[in-house]
Design a protein around this ligand. Structure first.
Ligand SMILES: Cc1cc2nc3c(=O)[nH]c(=O)nc-3n(C[C@H](O)[C@H](O)[C@H](O)COP(=O)(O)OP(=O)(O)OC[C@H]3O[C@@H](n4cnc5c(N)ncnc54)[C@H](O)[C@@H]3O)c2cc1C
Length: 372
């Protein structure tokens, strides 16, 4: 079974050395043999590879909007991306003791504010997005909506200068209706199988991701002509088997921090620290993420860029954007031996991260968003 964007058959990330698999933008398409899908053309580590597979599953979220690889004569799925942003603010400016839902002036759906360490995460917005899906960012207007909502609901003088970081993404909504705005479109999911055997998983939410995965597997097995019960419902997610939250909480300190992030897999991060005590150093002073987590991310979590580590494997870009920029070279240095980077590649990674942070800062003041 081949699935965009991940191989469904991939076992624990520790089992194999990850490869950076990406289908060329707007071109990644299944190959077809006598009208049936027979595999896909993908790009891995800069090389174009033709993968043969008995069944291909498209799970590319919002990017399906720009994809035109549906077989001729078959209606293409229509995805209407809805942009949403979150901003991080200092917790001291709000001092909320629980997560709260509150009204956003001029918006139907409420926002939430959640404490995360010394920060709070405020979101979200829900707006039509027609721009470049690879460059979605939080604009000054997006941030203003949330800041205004916060100052309308809480006794605080929080302003744009307090934003510690921002994050933006798009929800892949299935556009069945002519809804006036994206907030009206249901967040339902759909699994479809085209006459050529291509399975696509559309829409949905993270909270029903496992259910969508089950439906996708069932559809793929139908294409393969096998009858087997999907095991997803009884399979714990990585790090969940045998997880005992109370005992980790009782341990406290970095053991608690690692367990909260990796579950029982935290033992592999601890091993990196046992092998080299320098790995116990935080990546950014005052933030909980440790050098060992960078190595783990490169070694076992398919992190291939400094941004992968700082923005996605950890949340340093969101909660400490400016300080994370300062840590980019150290992070690149930790990743280099894992991924075999040359000094030039290290420089390139640092420069790319610096540029991304500059763009994020600029967008928060200028509103200029990339176009599709
Ligand atoms: C602001 C915001 C708040 C949200 N809040 C919630 C919430 O509270 N609860 C909830 O359940 N859900 C929430 N969601 C929705 C949830 O994030 C999405 O529904 C979910 O991420 C969709 O998952 P997906 O796997 O279908 O798509 P994605 O997570 O978008 O994954 C698609 C992947 O495909 C990759 N890709 C695209 N094209 C190619 C290609 N050609 N080759 C290779 N790879 C490709 C992309 O890089 C991407 O990694 C929220 C979304 C947003 C934006």
């Amino acid at each position: 079974v081949f699935s965009f964007p991940v191989l469904m058959t991939t076992p624990s990330p520790r089992a194999t050395r990850p490869r950076h698999i990406r289908c060329p933008k707007n071109q990644g398409r299944p190959t077809r043999d006598t009208g049936r899908v027979s595999g896909a053309v993908v790009e891995a580590d800069g090389q174009e590879i033709v993968v043969r597979a008995s069944v291909v599953v498209m799970a590319t979220g919002s990017w399906l909007r720009d994809w035109d690889g549906t077989a001729p004569g078959t209606d293409a799925p229509t995805i209407r991306p809805a942009k949403g942003v979150h901003i991080a603010l200092p917790w001291l400016k709000i001092r909320n003791t629980s997560s709260l839902t509150f009204q956003v002036p001029g918006q139907k759906t409420p926002a939430t504010i959640t404490r995360w360490g010394d920060s709070v995460l405020v979101g979200t917005t829900d707006t039509e997005y027609t721009g470049d899906l690879d460059h979605v960012g939080c604009t000054a207007d997006d941030a203003d909506v949330l800041l205004h909502a916060v100052t309308s609901s809480f006794d605080t003088d929080v302003s744009a200068a307090d934003i510690q970081g921002s994050i933006a993404g798009t929800r892949p909504l299935v556009a069945r209706s002519n809804a006036k705005n994206t907030a009206e479109i249901p967040r339902s999911s759909e699994v479809r199988t085209d006459p050529d055997g291509l399975v696509s998983i559309l829409g949905g939410k993270l909270t029903i991701g496992r259910h969508m995965g089950m439906q996708g597997i069932d559809a793929a097995e139908k294409v393969l002509g096998v009858q087997r019960r999907c095991r997803t419902a009884d399979t714990p997610i990585l790090g969940a088997a045998g997880y005992d939250e109370a005992s980790f909480t009782a341990s406290g300190g970095w053991e608690d921090h690692l367990a909260e992030r990796y579950g029982t897999e935290s033992r592999f991060v601890s091993q990196i620290m046992a092998d080299d005590p320098a790995m116990r150093e935080p990546i950014v002073a005052g933030q909980p993420y440790l050098a060992a987590e960078v190595v783990y991310a490169a070694r076992h979590e398919m992190a291939h860029t400094v941004d992968d580590v700082l923005a996605r494997r950890t949340r340093l870009r969101l909660f400490a954007r400016d300080a994370s920029d300062g840590a980019a070279r150290r992070v690149a240095g930790l990743m280099a031996p894992e991924l075999g980077w040359t000094p030039q590649q290290v420089d390139h990674q640092v420069a790319a991260y610096h540029e991304a942070i500059q763009t994020e800062r600029q967008l928060l003041t200028t509103n200029t968003e990339a176009q599709a």
